[in-house]
Each structure stands twice: as structure tokens, then as C-alpha cells.
Ligand binder design. Structure first.
Ligand code: C2E
Ligand code: CA
Ligand code: CA
Ligand code: CA
Length: 278
């Protein structure tokens, strides 16, 4: 048994070393990726479930790695947050999402709101508001077509966050609380932060049919949001049953694999925009 333990231990350490080497390589690669802009945005439709119309899209980043292929954000966002690369990456996301949305408008597609995810670190960077303002000006996108998705963690820096959000609001940028109910939620911020949308996390949506408590939570979130004059977006809608439940509960917008995965630009245009002419 002792022997076995020792073997297991050595296997474990060499795995750890491998893991550390991989992580180091990935970090080196990520620096290069930032310089060479090896990222792409995929866009997931946000749909009015009563009309079936696309109202907006959420921009979700992927890394086109030269040898590993297309990497999803959970493979590199955490790393980027740890080494500070999230700031240049986050700026690229804002710039690209605004430019793409303007290209769609210029091409004559019906105007969409584009939502971008902000990491906490990026949100707390002092030049965020200026950067967003400048980017809107440079790309020519009207601020009403840009939404930022922030998480409840940002409410922990209460005074600072309030200041930033008020400035974004003044510019005309929409504000959405992502992953609502999964983080640090004191709820105290809800009546003071200028919030337009609450996004119900997919972990609740997945359970609404089979788990009574999740259904109650979702109903309560929708009622709360509507009483506070906010709109609700449900993410992770995968089935007809979930969709029916959300329609019955007056959920404003839905997003999920039932409608579409996040799509590259050309596929989104083919599937959602061409069939929806001005
Ligand atoms: P999130 O903001 O909560 O985004 C929703 C995630 O759920 C996306 O994964 C999306 O593809 C996935 N999803 C959407 N509908 C469904 C569904 O019906 N079923 C299931 N199983 N999943 C669904 P993705 O694209 O892998 O992104 C993961 C996370 O990475 C995002 O979670 C967000 O926190 C982060 N992320 C993505 N893009 C960015 C970015 O540009 N900047 C930052 N800071 N974070 C990003
Ligand atoms: Ca999001
Ligand atoms: Ca989520
Ligand atoms: Ca998130």
C-alpha cells in the first residue's frame, strides 16, 4: 500500500509539472495572441420570445490558437485575469463588438444591441469609461446599441462601481447584471445602480422544469426586476418546456441553444439577419 501511495504521488507531481509547463506556454502564447489579435467574437442571439425577433447579440470571445485550434474562454480568461492581459483583451472585445455592430447597421440590417462581458478587473480600470466613449466615437456606433454585462462582484466596490455605472449610463450605454443570483448578492445595489437588464444564470434556467425551488427563484427574479423597471434576460434556454415557462412568467428576452449557439459573424448573418430584412 505504501508503494502504491508513492507511485501515485510521483504520477501526481509529474502531472503538476506538466500542468505548470502547459500553463507557462499558454501564457507566452497569450501575450503573442494579444499583439497579433488572434481572437474572434462569436455572437449569440437574444430573442424576444413572444415575437421570435432577434433584439440583440451577446459577444463571446474565442482564441484562434495557432496549433491548439479555437479555444473557449474558460481556457484562457482566468489566466488573462491573473496576469493582467485581460485589460488589452477586454479592450479588443469592446472595439471589435462596436465595429462589427456598426458594420451590420451600415449594411442595412435592423439595429441590434451588442452586449459585451466585462471582467471585474477591467471594470475597475480607471480608463474604462474614456475608452468606451472613445471607441463609440471612433467606430461611429450609437451608444444605445452597446450594453455591458457586469457581475455582482463589482457591487462589492460599491461607491466606485456606482460612479462608473452612472457615467456609462450618462453616455447611454446599457447595463446588464450577469449571472444574477450566483455571486455576492446583497441586493442593496439594485435600487441605486442604474441597471437596465438582469440576466438569469443558466444554472437556474436548467432546473426550472424539474426543480420547484429553481422555478420559484426564477419567478421571483422576474417579478423583482419588473417592479424595479428592469428587463429580464434568461440565458441557457435549451428546451421548449423552459421557453414556455419563461414566456408564461413574462420573461422579456431569452438566449440559449434552443435558438442558437454563439455563432461566427457569417453564420449569424446567414441564419438570423438575412431573414429579417429592414
Ligand atoms: P457567460 O457570460 O455567463 O456566457 C454564457 C455562456 O453560456 C457562454 O459560454 C455561452 O456559450 C453559454 N451558453 C449559452 N446558451 C447556452 C445553453 O443553452 N446551454 C449551455 N450549456 N450553455 C449556453 P462561453 O462562450 O464558453 O463563455 C463562458 C464565459 O466566459 C462567459 O459566461 C463569460 O463569463 C466569459 N466570457 C466570454 N467572453 C468574454 C469576454 O469577451 N470577456 C470576458 N471578460 N469574459 C468573457
Ligand atoms: Ca455574459
Ligand atoms: Ca452565466
Ligand atoms: Ca459570466
Amino acid at each position: 500500500a505504501k508503494n502504491q501511495g508513492k507511485n501515485r504521488y510521483s504520477v501526481y507531481t509529474s502531472d503538476l509539472l506538466e500542468g505548470a509547463k502547459d500553463e507557462y506556454r499558454l501564457e507566452t502564447d497569450l501575450r503573442k495572441a494579444v499583439e497579433q489579435e488572434e481572437f474572434v467574437l462569436h455572437y449569440q442571439p437574444q430573442i424576444n420570445p413572444r415575437t421570435g425577433k432577434i433584439i440583440g447579440v451577446e459577444a463571446l470571445i474565442r482564441w484562434q490558437h495557432p496549433t491548439l485550434g479555437l479555444l473557449p474562454p474558460d481556457k484562457f480568461i482566468k489566466l488573462a485575469e491573473d496576469n493582467g492581459l485581460i485589460n488589452p483583451i477586454g479592450k479588443w472585445v469592446i472595439k471589435e463588438a462596436c465595429a462589427q455592430n456598426k458594420r451590420w447597421q451600415d449594411a442595412g440590417y435592423p439595429p441590434l444591441k451588442v452586449s459585451v462581458n466585462l471582467s471585474t478587473q477591467q471594470f475597475l480600470t480607471s480608463d474604462l469609461v474614456t475608452y468606451m466613449e472613445n471607441t463609440l466615437e471612433k467606430t461611429g456606433l450609437d451608444s444605445q446599441y452597446l450594453v455591458v454585462e457586469i457581475t455582482e462582484y463589482m457591487a462589492m466596490e460599491y461607491e466606485y462601481s456606482l460612479k462608473v455605472l452612472k457615467k456609462l449610463k450618462e453616455i447611454g450605454i446599457g447595463i446588464s447584471i450577469d449571472d444574477f443570483g450566483t455571486g455576492y448578492s446583497s441586493l442593496a445595489y439594485l435600487n441605486n445602480f442604474p441597471i437596465d437588464y438582469i440576466k438569469i444564470d443558466k444554472s437556474f434556467v436548467f432546473e426550472i422544469i424539474n426543480d420547484q425551488p429553481s422555478a420559484y427563484i426564477v419567478k421571483a427574479i422576474i417579478t423583482l426586476a419588473h417592479n424595479l423597471q428592469m428587463q429580464v434576460i434568461a440565458e441557457g434556454v435549451e428546451t421548449e418546456e423552459q421557453l414556455d415557462f419563461l414566456i408564461n412568467q413574462q420573461c422579456d428576452l431569452v438566449q440559449g441553444f434552443h435558438f442558437s449557439k454563439p455563432l461566427p459573424v457569417d453564420e449569424l448573418e446567414r441564419s438570423y439577419l438575412n431573414g429579417n430584412p429592414n
